[in-house]
Unconditional design. Structure first.
Length: 213
């Protein structure tokens, strides 16, 4: 069967447009993934390992001041026996509603460079998480993914809404910072499932105002 010329031209045009879309769309996403955090002049926050040696529970936190670390409250099982990178830490603030905790260390050689984003996460936004693992010591992981859903009703971690990230949760991820493409903190990991990592939005005011009161 012979088709009219205008139908053949239309078919060729549609095929070409489809091929261009299939190539350029994944390529654009791939380039964005390669560039996230690389072109930023803002260094990422200093991540630490938060652990309870006696009960075998560990997670993460990160410096917001030279002696102050933010983490999640559900990691603080025993306020009198908690360590940060092997150093004894003191609990200075706990917030059950937000599932946040502030820890203080006496000595630190870290120069905090943390910056917080003023923008809310949006679906499909590219983000990454930084996390220290228990073994081998001082090994830091970096995982990337996209925002799957925002402002999800929260039934497990605190009382506020949470964000779902298309990142497979790893053991000990709780307390890890969630960063945007400019290395600015947009959230903190509170938990996860096999398919998603769950984070809560985090701002400078939430972290530092309790410290100033």
């Amino acid at each position: 069967m012979k088709y009219p010329d205008h139908l053949r031209y239309l078919f060729i045009l549609v095929l070409c447009c489809t091929c261009i879309t299939c190539v350029t769309f994944p390529l654009a996403w791939g380039i964005e993934a390669l560039l996230v955090g690389c072109s930023s002049s803002v260094p990422p926050p200093a991540v630490v390992l938060v652990e309870h040696p006696t009960v075998g529970v560990w997670g993460n936190g990160f410096y917001v001041r030279d002696d102050l670390i933010v983490t999640v409250k559900h990691l603080v099982l025993d306020p009198n026996n908690i360590k940060v990178d092997g150093q004894a830490a003191r609990v200075v603030y706990l917030d059950s509603e937000l599932d946040l905790a502030l820890l203080e260390v006496k000595t630190s050689t870290v120069e905090p460079s943390v910056k917080f984003s003023r923008a809310n996460l949006r679906p499909l936004q590219l983000v990454r998480c930084l996390s220290k693992v228990l073994l081998p010591r001082n090994t830091q992981l970096e995982v990337q993914g996209r925002v799957a859903a925002v402002d999800v009703k929260n039934e497990f971690f605190g009382t506020g809404p949470v964000d779902y990230l298309d990142i497979t949760a790893q053991p000990g991820f709780s307390g890890s910072p969630v960063l945007d493409g400019d290395n600015r903190v947009v959230g903190i990991v509170v938990g996860g499932t096999w398919n998603f990592t769950i984070s809560i939005p985090l701002t400078e005011e939430l972290v530092l105002w309790p410290r100033l009161e």
